[in-house]
Design a protein around this ligand. Structure first.
Ligand SMILES: [Zn+2]
Length: 264
């Protein structure tokens, strides 16, 4: 992949910070959640698509610099007031089929936990979301069988609404209906209700106070955005930030520099 001048510079600065020992000291105080969308080698790399070698390089970097834990462990730690600095959890949004076919085998080989946030209304369908309409070949969604297989492989499955809606633009009754429909499908297909929730789109403008309250009220234990940023240990589980790894970060050291510069 060709790196931009900016990406190259950030990669170099990240490497320099690592050599100076800054990274090691800094990362210990931050709780990080990263998110991926697609991991495969047949699509062009873009904002939400990451090649398998790059994905593995990031995983190895995470292993070297953080204690990789389950997202639910970070959430439980925050709730209990335990120190969670230096931990990182890996998440995936939307429910793309390559999560099962490409990412999960790499994670299993490396022995790493992860949480997969699935859009229940997309699973097992040919639905093409607006952001994928330009693609000549569709990446496709996982089936519920594949999601169950991930669960049985000890990965965590979280909710990403039923139809990937913008909750901040909806009336409370519609939000409740959307969340409940998603939870009901979890119960039917996985035999249990989901505890983890990640906002569709995940920008600050997609997250409203009202929707956070409803997410809490229907029974979730956390809400995750995707607009970047790190968390301090003991952060409110209903206001967790995530860093999205796609085309934005060309290398793990560029990502590391970003973490270093962010205040928890
Ligand atoms: Zn999404």
């Amino acid at each position: 992949m060709n790196m931009t001048v900016k990406q190259k510079l950030k990669d170099r600065l990240g490497r320099a910070a690592e050599m100076a020992g800054l990274l090691r000291r800094d990362l210990r105080s931050k709780m990080v959640v990263v998110t991926f969308h697609r991991v495969n080698d047949w699509m062009e790399q873009d904002g939400i698509t990451c090649g398998s070698a790059k994905f593995e390089a990031f995983c190895n970097f995470f292993r070297t610099h953080f204690q990789i834990v389950r997202l639910s462990e970070q959430v439980a730690g925050c709730r209990a007031g335990r120190f969670m600095g230096g931990t990182l959890s890996i998440t995936f949004d939307d429910g793309y089929r390559d999560n099962f076919e490409v990412a999960a085998p790499i994670l299993r080989r490396l022995g790493l936990p992860a949480a997969f946030f699935v859009t229940t209304g997309f699973l097992g369908t040919d639905y093409i979301p607006p952001w994928d309409r330009h693609l000549a070949r569709q990446p496709g969604w996982m089936s519920w069988d594949q999601v169950r297989a991930l669960r049985d492989q000890d990965f965590e499955i979280g909710a990403h609404t039923d139809l990937h809606v913008n909750l901040a633009a909806m009336e409370p009754s519609a939000i409740r209906t959307e969340l409940t429909r998603c939870r009901t499908k979890f119960k039917q297909e996985l035999g249990e209700l989901p505890a983890l929730f990640a906002y569709p789109f995940g920008g600050q403008e997609n997250i409203s106070t009202c929707s956070i309250e409803l997410v809490r009220e229907v029974g979730f234990q956390c809400c995750l955005g995707a607009f970047g940023g790190v968390n301090r240990s003991g952060a409110d589980p209903f206001h967790l930030n995530r860093i999205s790894i796609g085309g934005w970060y060309a290398t793990p050291h560029q990502f590391a520099l970003e973490v270093l510069l962010r205040r928890a």
